[in-house]
Write a protein that binds this ligand. Sequence first.
Ligand code: PMP
Length: 287
Amino acid sequence: MSIEGICWINNRIVPLEQARISVMDHGLLYGDGVFEGIRFYSGKAFLLSAHLHRLFASAKAIALSMPCSTTELSQIIESLISRYKDQQGYLRLIVTRGTGSLGINPALCINPELIVIASPLQMSDEQAQSQGIRTIIASTRRIPADCLSPQIKSLNYLNAILARIEANHAGVEEALMLNQQGFITEGTVDNIFIVRSGALYTPPVIDGALAGITRKLIIEIATNAGIRTHEKTLASYDIYTADECFLSGTGAELIPVKEVDGRELAGCPGDIYKRVKQLFQDHIKAC
Ligand code: PMP
């Protein structure tokens, strides 16, 4: 399989298939590290400062000292984008605890490793974008915030992967995850919105979702366009009986949902989805 893309690693840019890290890196051994996903459009990283802010916050939360400043990281990103074959693509920023001997103790690692990948990313095909995806509500619950904060974008996504395996077994494209109380949190790698009587609803972050940067932007642009938007705890019932449902994320962008646990959502893609998607695309163009 050819791996398309380029990568910043060890202070230089190499073709992605030549990028290597040590098997003793604690990112690999223990999932000890953090990451961010950023899209770039027209040669410019989209919502860069919000993503860098979240990356540095994730690192701080796990007491990982960043190997560079935000200015240096912005420069790395700029040079990577300028060397990339296309004006648009996806950046994956990874900071691992670095190489150390066996044993989880982070103090065994002295030099954190910074990796930045630029590559294509298409999370959903054209058909999914135009006709919507099918989802299930997974039996795997989202890890509660008092065990591991969903705000930390860590290198361990096993909780979400278990839910995604359930989706695969059910033959659908994505899984929605509940919190310990049985309320909706988000998808495995995306936030969720529903529409009811023309208004948008999304669960509050406190219910167990990542504070998605795309989610925040959608709330802002929808509100500015006069669409009523509410952060409200949602139960399965609310999703099953919604007029519309869609998922949001950097990778996902905006994906309409056409089915949840076998219940068809009539309006897919719905009018509000189409409006918000247009506002989102207009916003990208204006940036
Ligand atoms: N939830 C989870 C668990 C995610 O991994 C992501 C992707 N970063 C999102 C939501 C969407 O967040 P954003 O819009 O910031 O990409």
